[in-house]
Design a protein around this ligand. Structure first.
Ligand SMILES: [Fe+2]
Ligand SMILES: [Fe+2]
Length: 225
């Protein structure tokens, strides 16, 4: 019969072995997580290449995607979102117009008002953009933001005519950053507004087409108030 001391020693050895293998599995889990997030970043960097290609196609939007991404992140951080959620809204901001890659260049670069048919084509870009990022399961929340970045709080936006809080929060953030950047950039058909005039315009749209709280946080985060 084995002595109780021997059994105790065996248990201690077994306990140490289990503890070591538990520690090892934590290390593996951490490595897998790091690898997974590196893969995610690499996939999104590929998409960022597409966003750059789009800006090369449409010089008037040069730098637009990057600014919208940065401002969306600032706004999300000012609201108090986690780093992870702020990352998603920043990436979605960076890629929000990616669907314009499917819009023919003569429409994209047209100097002047679009015809009804050209508008119809142009207004397809949020849906095309969401379809482009759809294969990236980890970016499902980003795809939703891309789809809805042209929704307006009064229901006048597209593609689904959503209203108020039915519009995903991230899409309301990207919408404010997008409108502000469009106002302060030269367009083929008009000069850029000064930042002071753009702030007045943003405040005029707050509570109608744009989320009033998001506009306030956006302007405060950009030290415009
Ligand atoms: Fe857009
Ligand atoms: Fe945009």
């Amino acid at each position: 019969m084995a002595s109780p001391i021997g059994a105790g020693a065996d248990l201690a050895v077994e306990y140490r072995r289990l503890q070591a293998s538990y520690q090892q599995s934590l290390v593996y889990a951490r490595e897998v997580r790091q690898l997974y997030s590196r893969l995610q970043r690499a996939s999104l960097q590929g998409l960022q290449g597409l966003a750059n290609a789009l800006e090369a196609k449409d010089p008037y939007t040069r730098g637009h995607s990057e600014r919208v991404g940065q401002w969306a992140r600032q706004t999300a951080q000012a609201i108090g979102w986690s780093e992870c959620d702020a990352d998603v809204v920043a990436q979605a901001g960076l890629l929000h117009d990616i669907g314009k890659i499917g819009v023919p260049e003569p429409v994209l670069r047209k100097n002047g008002p679009l015809t009804d048919e050209e508008w119809r084509v142009m207004k397809g870009h949020p849906v095309i953009g969401a379809q482009i990022v759809a294969p990236f399961d980890f970016f499902a929340d980003g795809a939703v933001i891309i789809r809805h970045h042209h929704e307006r709080c009064d229901g006048s936006g597209y593609p689904d005519g959503l209203r108020g809080v039915a519009i995903p929060f991230g899409a309301r953030i990207v919408a404010v950053a997008d409108v502000y950047d469009a106002l302060t950039s030269d367009r083929p058909y008009r000069r850029a507004l000064s930042s002071r005039d753009a702030i007045v315009e943003l405040q005029r749209q707050a509570g109608h087409t744009l989320d009033a709280d998001v506009v306030e946080v956006f302007l405060a985060a950009r030290r415009c108030l």
